[in-house]
Each structure stands twice: as structure tokens, then as C-alpha cells.
Design a protein around this ligand. Structure first.
Ligand SMILES: Nc1nc2c(c(=O)[nH]1)N(C=O)[C@@H](CNc1ccc(C(=O)N[C@@H](CCC(=O)O)C(=O)O)cc1)CN2
Ligand SMILES: Nc1ncnc2c1ncn2[C@@H]1O[C@H](COP(=O)(O)OP(=O)(O)OP(=O)(O)O)[C@@H](O)[C@H]1O
Length: 265
């Protein structure tokens, strides 16, 4: 398996979060350990949300452009045929994807196929549905733009889980990341559930796994060991921040053309 070992490793907290420390994984402690991890994740989310709110709007906008320009210019993105991406939400203060999506969608030759999330229910269930234009999106109850289940002609949109061809890439949102590929989501479990399902589907069909690339403001990249994870958390293959691409997995080094360039050292 090309992914990092998905076992829970010892994690430690920063001073702000006290001295909580995992000391192994004995079965009779597993429940309390998980509770402690989820509690710690909640604390970290609160802290990161505060940090994000404090970023100056012009700096944020500069970072939004820088990250999207890096992706749009990258050979690994140019060669992508089918991918999933989130539709950014300003209120959530996540890296903007509007420029990225509109540039891809304005090429009506369908050079790239795009799938975006649609939340189906509160049980961590989201689908990735095909869109052909930005106008396909409407605001949901959380004020996130998403596609209706049917298109303008009333035909059901293609669900990536039912598509005949594999996707090459998933562009992920998140609240915080580290250089070992850990990702702190918003706590709904939507992405981890989807990633697990797509991973299993690709495996069954003998498809290459898609590259998992998260977009991050500089302030969202935390020191290693700070983000607590459980065995359900999917590590990302690479990060794109305004400073550039941070390849993490072997797959990222191979597919992003960054092998032996020294950029990742
Ligand atoms: N743009 C975007 N679309 C996405 C996600 C995402 O993170 N970003 N999701 C990724 O899962 C799914 C939706 N999940 C979401 C989970 C929480 C919140 C949210 O508003 N969280 C608030 C806190 C709510 C609370 O009080 O607990 C926040 O983070 O500030 C939004 C979407 C699918 N679509
Ligand atoms: N104490 C707990 N014990 C067990 N499960 C919990 C606990 N607290 C939260 N969960 C559930 O675990 C799931 C995953 O939460 P987690 O914090 O890993 O999400 P996330 O990785 O931030 O979200 P996403 O995958 O959408 O990015 C959620 O469905 C959440 O409701």
C-alpha cells in the first residue's frame, strides 16, 4: 500500500492544549482514547478558525490567487482528465477554488471532467457529482454552493462512484494540515467516508488511486505531531500552499514531477 501507515501514532499537544498524551492503545482504553482525540480535534479546530479569521483580507486574497495559479500552471494538473474539487465557501475561510473551477469549466470542449460535493445527509454522506458550468451550482442550507441531483434537462448528474472511468485527482479542503500528510477536517467525516469508498472502488476496479491534494493557506500548515488522527483519517499525498507544492507520498513525488529536483527536501 502506497499510503503512509494508517495507524494512530502517539500524538502530543502544544502548551495551549495542556498535557494530554496518548500512552498506547490498549482495547479497554480505546473508547476514552478516541474521545480524547475528538476533543483535541475540536480544540484545534477552534484555534485554527480564530487564526483564519485574523488573516488580513488582502493577504488572504493574495494567497488564494497564488495557490490557484500554482495548481493551474502545474503539469500534473494540466494532464488531469477527471478530478474532484470542493467549491470554496468564503464564510468557511478556505482556500478559494472559484478561479480554478471557472478556468476549467470555461473550456467547453470538456477537456477536463469536474465533480464537486453534494451533501446528501448528516450521516457523513456526500456524493461527488459532475458539473459542466459554474451556473450548475446552488447554495445549500450551509451556504455552500453545490449541484442539484439533476441537470437543467432533468437528467441525473453523473456520480463519480458510478462513472466508467477513474479520476486522477481529488482537491481537498481542510482546516489544518502538516507536512506528513495529516489533515484536520471540519468534523463531519464527509471526506474521510468518501475517500474510503472511492479508495475501495478504485481497488476493486484495478484503477490507479487518485492523488489527494489539499489546498492550504500558509497559516494552516502546523508542526508535525500537533494534529491528532484516528485510523479513519486519510492522509493527503501533497499540499499546495502559496509557497509551492509540498509532495508527501511516493505517489506525489512520482506523479507531480518533483522527483530529484530538491524542491521537497
Ligand atoms: N467547500 C466545502 N464544501 C464541502 C465541505 C467543505 O469542507 N468545504 N465538506 C467537508 O466536509 C462537506 C460539507 N461539510 C461541512 C461540515 C461543516 C461545515 C461547517 O459549517 N462547519 C462550521 C462549524 C459548524 C459547527 O458549529 O460545528 C465551521 O467549520 O466553521 C460545513 C460543511 C462537503 N462540502
Ligand atoms: N467521540 C467520538 N467518538 C466517535 N466518533 C466521533 C466522536 N466525535 C466525533 N465522531 C464522529 O467521527 C466522524 C469523523 O470525525 P473527524 O473529526 O475525523 O472528521 P474530519 O476528518 O474532520 O471530517 P472530514 O472527513 O469531513 O474532513 C464524524 O462523523 C464525527 O461525528
Amino acid at each position: 500500500m502506497r499510503r503512509q501507515t494508517r495507524v494512530m501514532t502517539e500524538w502530543c499537544t502544544r502548551a495551549a492544549f495542556g498535557q494530554l498524551r496518548m500512552s498506547g492503545n490498549a482495547p479497554n482504553h480505546a473508547h476514552q482514547d478516541l474521545d480524547a482525540i475528538f476533543k483535541h480535534k475540536r480544540l484545534l479546530r477552534t484555534q485554527v478558525r480564530k487564526t483564519l479569521k485574523a488573516i488580513d483580507p488582502s493577504l488572504r486574497s493574495h494567497q488564494d490567487n497564488a495557490v490557484q495559479d500554482i495548481v493551474l500552471a502545474a503539469p500534473w494538473f494540466k494532464s488531469t482528465r477527471r478530478f474532484c474539487a470542493y467549491v470554496s465557501c468564503a464564510a468557511l475561510r478556505e482556500v478559494d477554488t472559484y478561479k480554478l473551477l471557472s478556468q476549467v469549466l470555461q473550456h467547453h470542449d470538456g477537456a477536463k471532467k469536474v465533480y464537486v460535493p453534494r451533501v446528501e445527509d448528516k450521516n457523513s454522506h456526500m456524493r461527488m457529482l459532475h458539473i459542466s458550468r459554474i451556473d450548475d451550482l446552488i447554495a445549500n442550507s450551509m451556504d455552500i454552493l453545490e449541484p442539484a441531483p439533476v441537470d437543467a434537462d432533468g437528467d441525473p448528474r453523473e456520480d463519480v462512484m458510478q462513472a466508467n472511468d477513474p479520476i486522477d485527482l481529488i482537491i481537498l479542503p481542510g482546516l489544518a494540515f502538516d507536512r506528513s500528510g495529516r489533515r484536520l477536517g471540519r468534523g463531519g467525516g464527509y471526506y474521510d467516508t468518501f475517500l474510503k469508498n472511492y479508495h475501495d472502488l478504485a481497488k476493486t476496479r484495478n484503477w490507479k488511486q487518485p492523488l489527494l491534494v489539499a489546498l492550504s493557506y500558509s497559516e494552516q500548515i502546523l508542526d508535525e505531531g500537533v494534529i491528532p488522527v484516528t485510523s479513519s483519517d486519510f492522509p493527503v499525498d501533497a499540499l499546495v500552499s502559496p509557497e509551492g507544492v509540498i509532495p508527501i507520498s511516493t505517489a506525489a513525488l512520482n506523479r507531480m514531477g518533483l522527483k530529484d529536483t530538491g524542491l521537497h527536501s
